[in-house]
Structure formats: C-alpha cells, structure tokens
Design a binder for this molecule. Structure first.
Ligand SMILES: [Zn+2]
Length: 301
C-alpha cells in the first residue's frame, strides 16, 4: 500500500461515520506512546489520551496524520457505534481439530435457532473474519473475549478493529461484503449481556456481599493496579497471575466474570505493547484455568 492508498483507506471509514486513529505502519498496534510513557504534553497535556479518545472523524486531522506516515488504520468501535464480531482461527500450537471462530458462531446460531443477517464483513490476513454490526440504541457494549464461544471475540467500547486497507507482513485486511452494517440481532445482544447464572437472587446476594465485605472489590482494584503498572517483560506474567487470582473469586461467585474481564482488559490497554486480542486471550485463559481448578459456588437449579 502506498501512503496515498492508505490515506484513502483511512478516509473511507470516516465517510461512514466511524472514528479512526493511526496504527503503527505494517502493524496492528496503535501508533504513539503507551500511557506509562506519557509525556503529559501536546495532545496529552490534559491527561493521557487513549486511542479510543483520540479517534476522530476530522478529515483534516486524518489527512495530516496519514500524509506524514503510511499508518495502518484503527477503527475505535465504541465511538463508531459498532459491535464487531471477530472470528479467529485456531493458533498453530493449539490442538488440531479445534473449532475456528466461524464454526463456533455457526454452532451458537444453531443452538439459538437463529441466523445472522448479511452485513459488512472484512477478511483478516490470517483468514479470520470481522462481522460489523451497529450497537443497539442506548447501549454501550464492551469488548469481550471468548464470551460467545471459542475463538469468538467482540470489539465494542474499549476496543478497536484493524480496518480494511491496512496490511501486516501476513497480508491485507480486505472487505468481503460492502453493505452497511446490520443492526446487532437482539438474540446476540442478549447472549452478550446475559449475566452468568445465577441471574437473580443469588447473584444479587453475591453482589451485595461483595459490597459489604469489600474484599473482592479490593482484590480487583489491586490486580488492576498491578497490571496497569507492570513493566515491559513482566506484563504477560502479571496479567496471567491477576486473571488466575481473580478467577478464584469468579469461581466462588464473588465477582462476575464479565467485570473481571473488562477491568483487566482496560488495565492492560493503557499499558500495551501487544494487540489487545492477545491480552484478552491471556485473561480468558487465566480465568478459565482458575475456574476449572477451584470449587464452584453451587447454583440453584
Ligand atoms: Zn499520553
């Protein structure tokens, strides 16, 4: 891609009303400094601006950024009103025959006896797919990792997607369906927002106990702080340790998994050197491990 082609590609999502920000050339990571290294000057004079806060619809800003460097293009999904379903392929080291994200999504649809509408779709260089949907009015759906099924992530508030026209050493992101994004189907929204069982009395009790004791809330805050301040070279280990520690409180019903995922995901996002999906995967693995190795709270039938 020439710089000019990337500039055109960066203006395309803007014309759809999607907020863009620059990613490092040939890379999936945001350009610019991490929060930890924030100089507190320039655009960060009023405090560090994360990519989601920097993402813009201003065509002049886009032109001036993309004419200085051949940046890849990030679309901040939250401000753009998007919820993108991210279907991945099994990583090579994973078990052969593991389902890919597309297969998991098909299984989810079959279980729910639902289909998905045709929608804007992008193919990733690894052969994954991004299905773009609009967020339901009045809702702020956050990013999730593995919540819908194996190798299905979603990108909403707190997340971003690499937009078409971007390239990595593995290849290009290409549009495979150019129609405008469909509305996120209600059933999929319900699946995303459903609290893990128990939904009602017991969950409320666990929640209020948490507030009363403050123990699990304090544990969550402490782990978030550890992750947000982890130096380079220790971040993955600190994140995995935090996920495993908090996973015990998820297993015991003291913390909702979604809350832990979001808190850790956001903590590491401000301190990231890897793509967010990489960290979300570490979080999901840590939680899964801990939940599998710790006693579960018995749930009412
Ligand atoms: Zn900054």
């Amino acid at each position: 891609m020439t710089s000019l082609a990337l500039l055109a590609a960066a203006l395309e999502p803007v014309s759809r009303g999607w907020h863009v920000f620059p990613l490092r050339p040939g890379d999936k990571r945001p350009a610019g400094h991490a929060e930890r290294l924030c100089p507190g000057t320039g655009r960060c004079a009023g405090g560090h601006l994360k990519p989601e806060q920097r993402a813009t619809l201003d065509r002049d800003l886009v032109v001036s950024a993309w004419t200085t460097q051949p940046y890849n293009i990030g679309v901040a999904t939250g401000p753009s009103g998007l919820l993108v379903v991210d279907l991945d392929l099994p990583k090579s080291e994973e078990q052969e025959g593991a389902p890919d994200g597309a297969t998991s999504l098909q299984a989810l649809c079959e279980r729910a006896r639902q289909t998905l509408p045709s929608t804007y779709q992008v193919r990733t260089p690894s052969g994954g797919r991004h299905l773009y949907f609009t967020q339901p009015a009045g809702m702020r759906l956050h990013s999730t990792a593995g919540r819908l099924g194996p190798r299905i992530d979603t990108r909403g508030w707190g997340g971003y997607v690499v937009a078409p026209g971007s390239t990595t050493p593995r290849g290009a992101y290409t549009v495979t369906n150019d129609r405008p994004p469909a509305a996120l189907p209600d059933w999929l929204c319900d699946t995303l927002t459903a609290r893990p069982r128990p939904q009602s009395a017991e969950y409320a009790m666990a929640n209020s106990m948490k507030c009363r004791s403050g123990y699990s809330a304090a544990a969550l805050r402490a782990e978030v702080r550890n992750v947000a301040t982890a130096p380079d070279g220790t971040r993955n280990a600190v994140l995995l340790r935090a996920a495993r520690a908090l996973g015990r409180l998820v297993a015991s019903g003291d913390l909702p998994r979604e809350e832990v995922e979001e808190a850790l995901s956001r903590a590491v996002a401000g301190n990231a050197t890897e793509p967010q999906r990489y960290y979300d995967d570490v979080i999901a693995r840590g939680l899964d491990w801990s939940i599998a190795h710790n006693p579960q709270r018995r749930t009412a039938a």
